[in-house]
Design a protein around this ligand. Sequence first.
Ligand SMILES: [Fe+2]
Length: 162
Amino acid sequence: MAKTDAVQLHVRERNALETPTDLDRKGVSEIAGNLRQLLADVFALYVKTKNFHWHMSGQHFRDYHLLLDEQSEQIFAMTDDIAERARKIGGTTIRSIGDIAEHQRLKDNDEELVTPGDMLAELCADNQRERHNDIATASLIETWIDQTERRTWFLAEIAPTL
Ligand SMILES: [Fe+2]
């Protein structure tokens, strides 16, 4: 390989993860950082919603079990958009479970036994917290906010009755 080809290949490899963008470096790293935390939280919320879907019990089992499955699908569907939003602006995103654990702000729940009422109340609070998370790409999150408000509404309607 000619020296100039080798140099060009090296430059291409080095720039492989750099997407053209109008944002400056600082803007990109700030937004990508926010999106990384948001994505980590969304993955944590997804796993917690599945956890409670799997470990639900009690007289309303079927309703709550199905509701949480529906919500978990909606939450999971957000992950790809968040990650790809970061890549679109030239940033990078979550790479592993370890990466999620490092960046999540939302707390896991590893308790052996959680009552249905506590499960619903906790998910309600977690969803509400996500709603307030401030990220720079506001237009993208409008749909997510709407979905999150719907999840919170459903959970809030049933949480106090238990
Ligand atoms: Fe299931």
